[in-house]
Design a protein around this ligand. Structure first.
Ligand code: NAP
Ligand code: 3JN
Length: 335
């Protein structure tokens, strides 16, 4: 049965992807309501060949809505998710607003789909860097119990929204054309031809020296995997790539597991494609994963510095599996 669906933050990087995926997966949409700020009200966006007009988000926006997909930041979610629930909608929220609340399921369908049924009107979508990592880690945890994870990320600028993509493109063009005086709005340093060990770009650092993105990876991984004993440490880094996050992940397990066994396990794992053929220089790349649904894993090898260690290289489209696709998979399960 088709349902009325609202997309909050429809004009953003994640919102645009929501619309594309709802269409390509033939999600049973009766009415699609596109919501954004006052700035975008009246803007036209296409869905299934027809023009849809973006409306300003208000507390009355959710009448008749069954599924509300939120992607306009945590403060908007905190303010408007309660109105959506009150109107009878179930919300899938892409922001960090409710992720760590005890009574809110934090779901990656390949890892903990059983949590969806426990919702009270809102299901949280994890952070993009966490999602792609846990999809690859779950089969290893089930087989050999993961004790510790050390992850370093290489995150695309689209994770910071459309304005960040624009800044990278304009700054790159400005440098290549030899013009001086490019004015940055978003990133604290030059992002073109550079690598910034700070995500997010503002208010990033906590009193322990980590960034909030790093602590999201630590806390969310434990909650999704349902195992608070897994030790996780993260360094999150922005690179001048438009789309797809890459991750170098080191895993220490309780039980010995060989690289060949991990390859075999991941080859059968839902949502994972193994691309790992050293002889042919085959491994996951951002350019290859762009626009694709799976989490790509390669460079699978044993960590020879410890008894039970595995190294992985994990790449996925941050706007698809990392955000819109994961949320729509949750919505499909809800229906
Ligand atoms: P973006 O490209 O900057 O887009 C922001 C969207 O939010 C736009 O549609 C914007 O509408 C809307 N918005 C901003 N202020 C609003 C307001 N006062 N009322 C209604 N709508 C408002 O950002 P994005 O990359 O799509 O990310 C949006 C949010 O999604 C992030 O803040 C984050 O919470 C979440 N996110 C999650 C992940 C993840 O890891 N799962 C990844 C990326 C983003 P206008 O066009 O009117 O400004
Ligand atoms: O920077 C990235 O690559 C991912 C960014 C995610 C993000 C950006 C702004 C606000 C989030 C998130 O999903 O955790 C949030 C937030 O909701 O706190």
């Amino acid at each position: 049965m088709a349902v009325n669906v609202a997309v909050v933050g429809a004009t953003g990087a994640v919102g645009e992807e929501f619309i594309r995926i709802l269409e390509s997966r033939n999600f049973p949409v009766q009415e699609l309501r596109l919501l954004a700020s006052k700035r975008s009200a009246g803007k036209k966006m296409r869905f299934r060949g027809a023009e849809h007009t973006v409306q300003e988000l208000t507390k009355h926006s959710f009448q008749g809505i069954k599924i509300a997909l939120f992607s306009a930041g945590a403060s908007i979610s905190r303010e408007y998710v309660p109105y959506a629930i009150e109107s009878g909608a179930v919300c899938v929220d892409n922001s960090s607003a409710f992720r760590m609340d005890d009574d809110v399921p934090l779901v990656v369908p390949e890892v903990n789909p059983q949590e969806i049924a426990k919702h009270h009107g809102v299901i949280a979508n994890p952070n993009c860097s966490t999602i792609q990592m846990v999809v690859a880690l779950k089969p290893i945890h089930d087989a050999a119990r993961i004790k510790r994870v050390v992850v370093s990320t290489y995150q695309a600028v689209s994770g910071a929204g459309l304005k960040a993509v624009d800044e990278l493109q304009k700054e790159t063009a400005s440098i290549l054309s030899g013009k001086e005086g490019f004015k940055r709005n978003l990133f604290p340093h030059q992002i073109a031809f550079n690598v910034l060990p700070q995500i997010p770009q503002s208010n990033a650092f906590l009193s322990n020296g980590y960034t909030s993105e790093e602590m999201k990876m630590v806390d969310e991984t434990k909650k999704i995997m349902g195992d608070a004993s897994i030790r996780v440490t993260a360094t999150t880094v922005r690179v001048p790539v438009i789309r797809c996050h890459s991750e170098s992940v080191n895993v220490e397990t309780e039980k010995k597991i060989t690289a060949a066994e991990v390859k075999k396990l991941l080859s059968k794992a839902p949502g994972v494609t193994v691309l790992d053929d050293a002889a042919n220089q085959l491994y996951p790349l951002a350019t290859h994963a762009t626009g694709k649904d799976d989490v790509f894993v390669g460079r699978i090898r044993e960590d020879e510095s410890i008894a039970n260690g595995i190294n992985l290289w994990i790449v996925s489209d941050n706007l698809r599996k990392g955000a819109a696709l994961n949320a729509i998979q949750i919505a499909e399960m809800l229906l």
